[in-house]
Design a protein around this ligand. Structure first.
Ligand code: SF4
Length: 364
């Protein structure tokens, strides 16, 4: 029976941790009875760090004109993609800041440049980038997506969702697109036949009600379109961000300092392992119409990601031959493909490489 918002809130706040884990593990087993845990070999390519949005939780962006601002060259793109292919990669995750000088021609040329040379899936541009580009050219979201799709965009990551509650978005990222627009971009992408993921960044200024609201909105859109391939919850990393005043987030749970720069009085600290597992398990239980739930070793480390496989996750995400955004917050877990395979196997599952669409390519 489908979990209601009220029940979801009760589970998140009050359920016994292990009971929650057991329930989510049972659902995971029902959906994926073969006992397989998948991962994709890919690389995050962040084409620029220039961004006008200045989100308070982001350690990655630089203002236009900053000495640390960059825009990747074609040579850099080629090198990164060739390295990815050499390592058996099938996908690049292409994302960047909202650069005020990049128009639709830049994106079309870039997509064509990649597709003309390489056989690789381009998983790119989250809803804020699409919306920004559409507004810049006075195009509709659908027109913008069509142009990018024709140029070679295959699928989209679910970035920029953070928490789909405008109350929270006003605090975290007042310049970023609101909840309805994020959902609208995803709906348009699904309408055009593109598959996307959905994400949630929790552990900042939201309350449990906002987490449940987020899950409910994702489930509602999936009911309508069926276009989400996976859900990826991950926790706010406070290091080097305006919101986190530079805490590196390593002493999980013991950094309850209030932040004088923050527009909220809530103490900010990195989410604890238990908080992560509760949210992950609830996600598996609540999102009964989304097949895959990812563990986030990038933010939680590989050991907690192993535990996550008993709290509802059936996918280990990406090998991330390169990752810049979480690393900018001072959190840098590096793992190899072999580390991922070993972690999955020793957690009691069959490791398998998948493609963007969750088709199994190779078992180990
Ligand atoms: S999270 Fe994205 S939109 Fe916000 S400042 Fe960082 S790069 Fe820009």
């Amino acid at each position: 029976m489908r979990i209601t918002k009220k029940e979801g809130l009760r589970l998140l706040k009050e359920a016994d941790l292990l009971a929650l884990g057991e329930m989510s593990d049972r659902i995971r087993k029902d959906i994926h009875p073969e006992g397989m845990v998948t991962f994709v070999i890919d690389r995050n390519i962040n084409y620029t760090n220039v961004c006008v949005n200045r989100c308070s939780f982001c350690a990655f962006y630089r203002d236009p004109g900053s000495p640390e601002a960059y825009l990747l060259t074609r040579e850099e793109f080629s090198k990164k993609i060739e390295e990815t292919l050499e390592q058996g990669g099938t996908q690049i995750l292409l994302q960047g800041g909202l650069h005020p000088d990049l128009g639709v021609d830049y994106y079309v040329d870039l997509l064509r440049f990649i597709k003309d040379r390489y056989r690789i899936n381009i998983h790119g541009f989250s809803p804020p980038e699409i919306s920004f580009l559409a507004a810049r050219h006075d195009l509709t979201v659908r027109e913008t997506l069509k142009i990018l799709r024709e140029a070679g965009l295959d699928s989209m990551p679910g970035g920029g969702a953070e928490i789909l509650s405008d109350r929270v978005r006003e605090i975290l990222s007042p310049r970023k697109i609101k909840t309805a627009e994020w959902l609208r971009v995803m709906e348009e992408a699904h309408f055009l036949g593109m598959r996307t993921t959905a994400t949630m960044m929790f552990g900042s200024v939201e309350g449990p009600e906002d987490i449940v609201e987020h899950l409910d909105r994702i489930r509602g859109l999936q009911e309508k379109t069926g276009g989400f391939t996976a859900f990826i919850p991950w926790s706010f990393q406070p290091g080097n961000t305006e919101l986190g005043i530079g805490d590196l987030g390593s002493g999980i749970g013991n950094q309850k300092k209030s932040n004088p720069k923050s527009p909220t009085t809530k103490p900010l600290y990195a989410a604890t392992a238990v908080e992560y597992l509760r949210v992950l398990a609830l996600s598996r239980l609540y999102l009964d119409n989304i097949k895959n739930v990812q563990a986030s070793w990038v933010t939680q480390g590989i050991k907690l990601a192993q535990v996550a496989l008993r709290f509802g996750a059936n996918d280990f995400g990406s090998t991330m031959l390169e990752e810049n955004v979480v690393a900018a917050a001072g959190v840098s877990y590096r793992v190899s493909r072999e580390d991922i395979i070993t972690a999955i196997r020793t957690a009691g599952f069959k490791p398998a490489q998948r493609d963007t669409y969750y088709n199994v390519l190779r078992e180990f």
